[in-house]
Structure formats: C-alpha cells, structure tokens
Design a protein around this ligand. Structure first.
Ligand SMILES: Cc1cc2nc3c(=O)[nH]c(=O)nc-3n(C[C@H](O)[C@H](O)[C@H](O)COP(=O)(O)O)c2cc1C
Length: 161
C-alpha cells in the first residue's frame, strides 16, 4: 500500500488529524503539506487522502491550489478520500461541507471515492481538537483501508474490491 496524505493547517489541528490517519495505515505512507506537494508525488500511489481546515465553508487557498494542480491523468482510478476540521456545522447548510468540496474535486478528476468525507471537530478557531478526534481519525482511516485494494486500484464505495 502506497498512500499520500495531503493536508493544510494553520494552527496544527488538521496536521494532527493527518498524522493520526497516517498512523492507522500500514505500508509506505507519506504526509505532506498541500503547498509542498510535487506532482511527481502522485505517481504510483494507491490511495490519496486530502484534508483541510474549514475556512468560510471552503478549503484553504493552499488546498484549493493543490486541487487545481491535480490533473485528471494523475489521479484517474486512484482511491481517494477527503476530510476537514471545523468548529461548527451551523454554517454548513449555507456554505456546504469543505470535505465534500474536496471529495467532489477529486471525483471530478477521476478519483475513486472510497468513503464519506471525514469531519473532525475543534473546540475553537485555534483548537484544540475535541476529545476523541484522533481516535475517530484512526477509525475513519481503517474503514477506508477495508475498501482499498492496492492491487486493483478500483475499490467500490460499498465496501470490498
Ligand atoms: C478565517 C477562518 C474561517 C473559518 N471558517 C469556519 C467555518 O466556516 N466553519 C467552521 O466550522 N469553522 C471555521 N473556522 C475554524 C476552522 O475550521 C479551524 O480554525 C480549523 O479547523 C483549525 O484547523 P488548523 O489548526 O489545522 O488550522 C474558520 C477559521 C478561520 C481562521
């Protein structure tokens, strides 16, 4: 299993979630800040997970820049998943989910979405994370892994490959 986890983080909370997800995945796992990803990093991966803090209902600019740079050939058929951190769901009805927007973008480029977008909560703008969110992140990652077969590169969203 070769996995790449791309995140952005202003106060460090989304970075902690990205690392908790990485810790739950065995194999060759790289965790990179969105602004530091070289397009060649997307070659030969089995799984791409992208996460961002919610800012005004959207991913951060660095995350959006990364998503804009992800080309169709680079992720076509690759297993993908998305997550965000947020402090409230109150504005979600108006602005939508950040993780959902990331997932839509990855899907539009041909990614094979493996799971519902992950949402992880902080207690305030700067954090900290709510209790249990690191464990929640690890179990979200394990659900993704159950659906991911590195040999096939074509896992189904209903589980199994
Ligand atoms: C400019 C800005 C806008 C934000 N907008 C939202 C929002 O619309 N909804 C929400 O739930 N949280 C919002 N937040 C809180 C962030 O989601 C929170 O800062 C983030 O989860 C912390 O992650 P980080 O430590 O990785 O930066 C906002 C934070 C900032 C700084």
């Amino acid at each position: 299993m070769k996995a790449l986890i791309v995140f952005d983080s202003v106060y460090g909370n989304t970075e902690k979630i990205a690392k908790a997800i990485a810790g739950a995945i065995s194999g060759d796992v790289k965790v990179l800040r969105a602004s530091e990803v070289n397009p060649s990093e997307l070659e030969f991966i089995d799984l791409l997970i992208v996460g961002s803090p919610t800012q005004g209902g959207r991913p951060t600019l660095a995350t959006q820049d990364f998503l804009d740079k992800v080309s169709k050939p680079a992720i076509k058929g690759i297993n993908v998943a998305a997550f965000d951190t947020r402090f409230s769901t109150k504005l979600v009805g108006i602005f939508g989910y950040t993780a959902g927007k990331i997932a839509d973008s990855l899907k539009r480029n041909g990614g094979n979405l493996l799971a519902s977008p992950g949402a992880f909560f902080v207690k305030g703008k700067e954090g900290p994370l709510k209790e249990g969110e690191l464990e929640h992140a690890a179990s979200w990652a394990k659900e993704i892994l159950k659906r991911c077969n590195p040999q096939e590169r074509s896992c189904r969203t209903d589980g199994g490959c």
